[in-house]
Design a protein around this ligand. Sequence first.
Ligand SMILES: [Fe+2]
Length: 437
Amino acid sequence: MTDPERLRRRALDALTTARARTALLTSCVDDAELTAQHSPLMSPLVWDLAHISNQEEQWLWRAVAGREALRPEIDSIYDAFEHPRAARPALPLLAPAETRAYASDVRGRVLDVLERTPLEGGPALVDAAFAFGMVAQHEQQHDETMLITHQLRRGPAALDAPAPPPGPGTAGLPAEVLVPGGPFTMGTSAEPWALDNERPAHTRVVPAFFIDTVPVTNGAYMAFIADGGYGDERWWAPEGWAQIRAHGIGAPLFWRREGGQWLRRRFGVVEPVPEDEPVLHVSWYEADAYARWAGRRLPTEEEWEKAARHDPVSGRSLRHPWGDDDPTPEHANLGQRHLRPAPTGSYPAGRSPLGVRQLIGDVWEWTSSDFLPYPGFVAFPYREYSEVFFGPGHKVLRGGSFAVDPVACRGTFRNWDLPVRRQIFSGFRTARDAGAA
Ligand SMILES: [Fe+2]
C-alpha cells in the first residue's frame, strides 16, 4: 500500500472502531435512559451522541470538505462551551431516533469526504489525515465519558465484558524502579495525530528519582484507610481536607463497607474490592494524601513521561513504554475490552525499558503537575482544544485507562481534570527523590 492508502485505511479503521463503541454504549439502554441525566456531572447519553456527530460535521464536512452546515440550528445546543453539563437536559435536544439519523447521515458524508480528500501535503488540517484522526480521538474520548455515565447510572447492569486475563502478579518485582538523572525528550513533533498540547518535542533535564513499578493497589489503599488516613489532616492539601470534610468522603467513590469487607459498585454489579487491582475512582487530593502518608509523593508529569518513554540504551524517547509499535492486547488493558483494571503485574510485554509496568492502560495516573503548555506550544486547530484549560486549576493525568482506545492513547498523551474529580477512571502511582547519592 502507498502511504496515502495506508493513511486512508488507518483513518477509516479509527472512525469505524469508534462508531462501533459508540453504538454499543448507546444501544444497551432504552430511549428513556438515553435522554435521562444519570448524574449532574454528566450529559445525557443522547447529547454525547449528537455532539460527537456535530463535531464530526463541523470539522470534516464543513472545514475539510468546505460544505454547508447540515443543521445549523443545532450547533449551539451541542456546543460544549455554551452549556455546562448540568444544564444540558433542559436543552431542546434531538430525540434518540433523530439523533441516530443525523449521526448516520454525517458519517455517510464523511466517509465520502475521506475517499476524495488528498491526505498528504496540503493544509495542516488534512496532512497525514490529521482532522480524521482528531475526530476519531474525539469520539473515543466521548466513549470514555459515556462509560463514566454508565458507571454513575443506577439500576441493573447494561454492559458486560470478560475479566482481564490472569497476569503473572507482582511476586519477584521490585517495589520501585530507579530512573537515572539527565536529559530526555518530552512531547512529540513527529506523531501525526498528536494533539496540540503534546507538541513540540523538547529536552527536559530530570534529576534521578524512584517510581513505583506498578500503580498503587486497592489493598495498599485499604491500609491507608485502616490507618485513619481520611481522618488525619497532616496528609491532606487544605482544599482536599475541606472537600472530604464537606462531603463526608472516607473511601474511593463507589466503595462501601459491609460486614467488615470493602465492596464496590462496578457497572451495576456489587462485588468485593479486589486487593490486587490498581485503586480506581480517587481524586487528585486522595492520591496526594496517600502519597504523603506513605512517605512519598506523586510523580511530576515529566517524571512520568521519562519513566514511560526513556530508553537508556539508545537515549531515545519511545512512542510507548514497550517501543514504537501500536498497542496490542498483550501490551496493555485498553479499549474497553475489560471493564476494569487488570491486577498489578499484568502485561509484562508492555513494560518500559527500565521495567516500569502498566503505565499505559488500566487507570489514568494523577501526576503532581498543573496542565501547562510546552515551550513553543501553538494552539491547533482551535484554542478551545487545550489552551483555554491551561493553568493551575487542572492537574495532569497520564497513561490512559481501560476505557481509552489505543487511538487516543500514547506515551505523550496528556489528559487533565479538576483535582476534586473522582468519577473518572483515575488511579496513581507514587515516586520519591533519589537524592544526591
Ligand atoms: Fe467534545
